[in-house]
Design a protein around this ligand. Structure first.
Ligand SMILES: Nc1ncnc2c1ncn2[C@@H]1O[C@H](COP(=O)(O)OP(=O)(O)O)[C@@H](O)[C@H]1O
Ligand SMILES: [Mg+2]
Length: 718
């Protein structure tokens, strides 16, 4: 962390993870930590002479044998010492000169080189076929092995026909038994070799395919995680899933058909000259047939492409309908919308079926036209060969005819396969485009890896912020300005659609295309590292997603370095402790997706505990209690003051009663700030606020107010 600080990066110890099986931090896991925080970092092994060259560079971290570490801040070649700093020493103390002998006693030889990368955006190449090929080419070594195996196999395939030729020509005419035995032995060996090589080749292809698959899956998910929230709000989950899964089509093509065809091409290159040597006339017949087949397939490419695009669109819509129905099943069931959803599904399925059928019809044509040519290539060659043999007088024709027939199969296959490849190409290009349409969107990455990582106190300031959601005309926020010091409990009220949630979204950096300034502790939000920003916030929304797992796992949410004690502390603060302890298994109670075994209030308190687990300086509660029954709401509200101690809280609520205790209340109306003051001041001077207040408290006037203390204010306000 000290080294990071030197480079202006605040590393978060909470983000550090020991690698599996590690007891003390290793150079690899430490540099991974720095890299994940947006620094350039490398774990290296160094020697003394390397250290001597670190003169005017920044600090390098050296790992010691006892599991501690030190910072190399310089070297002195004259005195042959390096200058070390112990992180436990006070910052101001001069570094310790250490010579080679003494360092060798404690140093493991491992070091971590660090560099700042402020404003550095991870340069991810866009998803494209070129990128995928690049991925495949990373397996160069294996591909070379596969190529060699294929080449060897190709040569081996020549052996049997050659031998058959010899058998027919020599053995038959000279009745030589010894030659037959010899040939049989050679054949057996050749077959054995071909089997072994074939096995090895398939194995390597399998390994390469799996490796590429794994890399692709990891990369795609990483990419998906870095898409802005905006994208997910605008696109149904089913659609995204379908589009991304299209990458599988592409991957299968590349490691499957493309690779096989490529390998067949090797065979072709070996065999074709040999065929010409055997019999040029017949070889020409094969070549011409194959070319015509290829031309037919190519001619149909364009119409197939057009129809295939329609198929893809239909499939995407179908997928979106399925996803939407499953996600919204609760609503579907409770409103008895099954028939409507079924009708929609019917329509989507019919549409997909229609275009699939059309696609099948069109692709049926090239296949039909190609069949006679393929057959002719086989049968025609035999007939023509027989004719040639009849007219030939040398007597050696029969043998070579046999050999030719055995080999011509192997040649026509790759030729036709190549043409078929073009057909599949359409599908692949389409799939790639689909996946790219999701994955090649602008990522949040630039903001996530670069930027400042200050320690927040929690002062918030908006200066003339104007923000319009993309695709809308009226600004959601219109010249919003306000500021609160750290530790404030800030209430946000206003009618629905007045821009309350938008303010919290800007604060979290979800939407960043605003004008004006949003500042935290005086630092421009746009300068702050996104991940750091968000992990410094605790956010509770109206609907919170609880993941599958135990209550403890849900509260910890997989954050490293936290224990059950932390979970209990957070639960206590959130007022969730009492119900968790009454659960059958306490903190180990299992929650299903969607948490049917929890009430709304319980779910909400769990969500608050989850937000509190990191003890954030800033909390945002966006209508967190709005969907709760009065009793649960009162329970949560009762805890708010306790929770707010020592942090800045932004509480959005349309229920004013939950904001009475706030230090400041920001009243929003139609994206503008209507007023900004504490409750009692607002009651006096803000018409919007007074109206909302009286609307919500009318019942109390009739029943005789429960909040006796508020009665005078109310009377005064009205
Ligand atoms: N993701 C979005 N895309 C487009 N417009 C949005 C989006 N979210 C909110 N809006 C619009 O912005 C305005 C303010 O919304 P919001 O901040 O959610 O209001 P509040 O939380 O006060 O009810 C509304 O007019 C709403 O329609
Ligand atoms: Mg809202």
């Amino acid at each position: 962390m000290m080294a990071g600080r030197y480079y202006g990066m605040e590393l978060d110890p909470g983000e550090y993870r020991l690698e599996a099986g590690e007891k003390t931090p290793s150079a690899a896991s430490l540099s991974a930590w720095a890299q994940n925080s947006g620094m350039w970092a490398r774990a290296v092994r160094l020697r003394w002479r390397h250290l001597m060259s670190f003169k005017n560079t920044g600090p390098v971290v050296l790992l010691f044998t006892d599991g501690t570490a030190g910072m190399l801040v310089g070297a002195n070649t004259e005195h042959k010492v390096v200058l070390l700093k112990d992180p436990r020493m006070p910052e101001a103390e001069a570094p310790l000169p250490v010579d080679e002998m003494r360092l060798a006693d404690v140093w493991t030889g491992e070091a971590i080189l660090l560099r700042a990368q402020r404003g550095y955006a991870e340069k991810d190449p866009p998803f494209s076929l070129g990128w995928l090929f690049g991925l495949v080419l990373q397996e160069r070594k294996s591909l070379r092995d596969i190529g060699i195996a294929s080449l060897a196999i190709s040569f081996l395939t020549i052996a049997p026909p050659m031998l058959v030729m010899t058998v027919v020509d020599k053995v038959m005419s000279h009745h030589s038994y010894s030659t037959l035995t010899l040939i049989s032995t050679i054949l057996a060996i050749a077959i054995l070799y071909e089997t072994l090589l074939g096995y090895a080749r398939r194995l390597i292809i399998l390994v390469v395919g799996t490796r590429i698959d794994t890399k692709l899956s990891l990369h795609v998910f990483g990419r998906l995680m870095r898409l802005p929230l905006d994208y997910f709000e605008r696109h149904p989950a089913g659609e995204t899933m379908y589009k991304v899964s299209q990458l599988n089509v592409v991957r299968q093509f590349i490691t499957g058909k493309l690779l096989t065809t490529f390998l067949d091409m090797i065979t072709l290159c070996v065999l074709l000259p040999f065929l010409f040597w055997l019999n040029a006339t017949l070889a020409w017949v094969v070549l011409v047939c194959a070319t015509v087949i290829a031309l037919i397939v190519i001619a149909y490419l364009r119409p197939i492409r057009t129809v295939y695009a329609r198929v893809l669109t239909a499939e995407t819509l179908k997928s979106a309908a399925l996803g939407e129905t499953i996600v919204g099943m609760k609503t579907v069931k409770s409103l008895a919308l099954e028939p409507q959803r079924k009708a929609l599904w019917d329509e989507r399925v019919a549409e997909t079926g229609r275009w699939r059928l059309a696609l099948g019809r069109i692709s049926n044509w090239p296949q039909t036209l190609v069949t006679p040519l393929e057959r002719f290539m086989y049968v025609g060659v035999i007939m023509l060969g027989a004719y040639l043999a009849l007219t030939d007088n040398s007597g050696y024709m029969i043998g070579s005819l046999f050999a030719f027939m055995m080999l011509s199969q192997r040649v026509s296959q790759p030729l036709v396969g190549m043409a078929r490849l073009l057909e599949d190409w359409e599908e692949v290009a389409g799939g790639m485009a689909q996946a790219a349409s999701v994955l090649n969107r602008p990522l949040e990455a630039d903001a996530a890896s670069g930027g400042l990582r200050p320690k927040f106190a929690g002062a918030i300031e908006f200066q003339d912020v104007v923000f319009t959601y993309p695709g809308t005309k009226i600004p959601a926020l219109d010249r919003v300005s306000f500021s609160v010091p750290a530790g404030t409990m800030l209430g946000l009220v206003g009618p629905s659609g007045s821009g309350k949630s938008t303010i919290t979204r800007l604060l979290q950096g979800i939407n960043r295309e605003y004008s004006g300034f949003v500042k935290i502790d005086g630092a421009d939000l746009r300068e702050i590292n996104l991940r750091h920003l968000r992990s410094s916030f605790g956010v509770v929304l109206q609907e919170n997603f609880l993941f599958r797992g135990s209550i403890r796992e849900n509260i910890l949410a997989g954050r490293p370095g936290l224990t059950l004690e932390d979970a209990i502390r957070a639960a206590r603060l959130a007022g969730a402790e009492e119900f968790i302890e009454r659960m059958p298994n306490g903190y180990e109670t299992y929650i299903e997706e969607g948490s049917p075994n929890l009430s709304g209030g319980q779910r909400q308190r769990l969500a608050i505990a989850r937000a509190l687990i990191t003890d954030p300086r800033l909390m945002i509660l966006d209508e967190a209690t709005s969907a709760l029954d009065p009793e649960s709401e009162a329970l949560v509200n009762a805890n708010l003051l306790r929770i707010a101690r020592g942090r800045t809280m932004v509480i959005v609520s349309h229920r004013l009663s939950s904001l009475v205790d706030c230090d400041q209340i920001l009243v929003m109306e139609k994206g503008k700030v209507a007023d900004f003051a504490p409750h009692h001041v607002l009651l006096e001077r803000c018409a919007v606020y007074r109206r909302l207040w009286s609307q919500q408290n009318r019942h109390m006037e009739n029943q005789g107010p429960r909040h006796a203390a508020l009665a005078p204010t109310l009377a005064q306000g009205d």
